[in-house]
Design a protein around this ligand. Sequence first.
Ligand code: FAD
Ligand code: 8R5
Length: 467
Amino acid sequence: MAQRPAITLIGGGLVGALLARQLAQQGFAVEVFEKRPDPRRAGFLGGRSINLALAERGLQALRTAGLADEVLLRAVMMRGRMVHALDGSSGLQRYGVDDSEVIWSVSRGALNMLLLDAAEACGVRFHFGQALADADFDRRRIRLVDEAGARRWHDAGLLIGADGAGSALRAAMDAYAPLGERIEPLGHGYKELEIPSAETLAPGLVRQAGGEGHFALEPHALHIWPRGGYMCIALPNAEGSFTVTLFLPAEGAHPSFASVPDAAAARTFFAADFPDLLPLIPRFDADYAEHPVGTLSTLYLERWHLDDRALLVGDAAHAIVPFHGQGMNCGFEDTVTLAQLLAAAPDGAGVFAEFQRIRQPNADAIAAMALENYVEMRDSVADPRYLARRALGAKLATRIPGHYMARYRLVSFTHLPYAYALERGRAQDALLEQLLHATPDPEAVDLDAAVRLFQSTLEPLPEPRHG
Ligand code: FAD
Ligand code: 8R5
């Protein structure tokens, strides 16, 4: 076997740690430089619990690395979106056809620590508290700065940046040879609030509720309070709490983060717009005052690599808005593609260009679908026309599973390329629109005619459709 080059990874976050493990499993010597201290050391615990939705693409990457079962042990199943209307009524819209098609809420901190352990177990060497400050691509070395501010040069092998949306390696590459960077701010921000476990909210009441009594809301759902131009969501944590995220325009007419600048204004706003949610958040004022407003943007690059010397992966290459819950899933899919390519071309020549060729159209597609899903979540889930399309689609999914699969399912429950899901979704939606043009009532559509239209217009879906 040809000598495998040493690999230097910048960033030991979700994508960096998983990629490090996959590369080490293939026999590469991998070193990771991570800006933050080791999260497994005491002092990290006790921070806020932030959770992420893990779907089939991310799960498949974890399977490849032999880690899926361990991750699922601590995950909470989410069967669909629970939509909460202003009048307090709620209803579940299933994501898939049955419980084989669900997404999973996982703790970011726990997942990151599990991935660090798993990478170290394969021989990966981590250097915590060491941030990339600069790179000298001609001499193939990087400059690191430690927590005390001390700087040193380090010889790098193949250089891979998994240092997130604000990537320092991207900045260094761009300064050396422009990457064609474009950052499109969404103009909406987010703030996180916490619903504690029901035990904490109402001690004593919990046990009477039976099995799932630790949750203040249905635990096996992703909750949405759609309000038109803005929304709240909540994802369950394994301990029985929920992380709530408020999404609002950053500026402009009420409501926006500008018009809701402090906890007092936020309380009034929630009492009017999220009256059922407010009583579930006992530390509302402190959460609102202390947690920062996060910003949301999409990052597009013309180039992800500097010939065979440096490559960007994950958010560093293609940060997206969160509304499809696919940022991590997409980054995890990157790791499988890259590890396969590097394993097949041991000296790395041409691999970075090939990686971009395969992944960039798919990153662009999920970026577009994530933007579209914001409108769907905050608005359409309560729109009768959207619900009619959904109802007709559900019938077709049963009648002709080989010809119709909702775009959400293509994205969340298959490994078909994102670019395929985008294109197929457009074609399917056009046909559904056409069928519902004459009547808004899905029950009134001639199902046999609908079946014939789909079968004669669209290619069968590729097999295998599932993991
Ligand atoms: P990160 O996870 O950001 O990791 C980057 C790492 O690099 C960090 O550890 C950082 O400390 C380190 N680093 C930064 N600069 C340097 C430097 N100069 N030198 C060395 N190290 C450095 N995605 C989903 O799929 N589903 C979800 O439900 C979901 N929810 C989200 C919720 C929130 C609140 C946020 C913010 C994002 C969410 N995402 C979700 C997106 C997901 O978090 C990202 O896509 C994913 O974390 C990207 O992984 P990454 O490793 O590329 O970047
Ligand atoms: N990310 C998610 C979905 C799709 C849900 C649906 C949406 C919070 C900052 Cl906003 C969002 C989804 O279509 O019914 N799956 O997973 C995760 C989401 O937001 C995460 C938690 C988030 C960045 C704040």
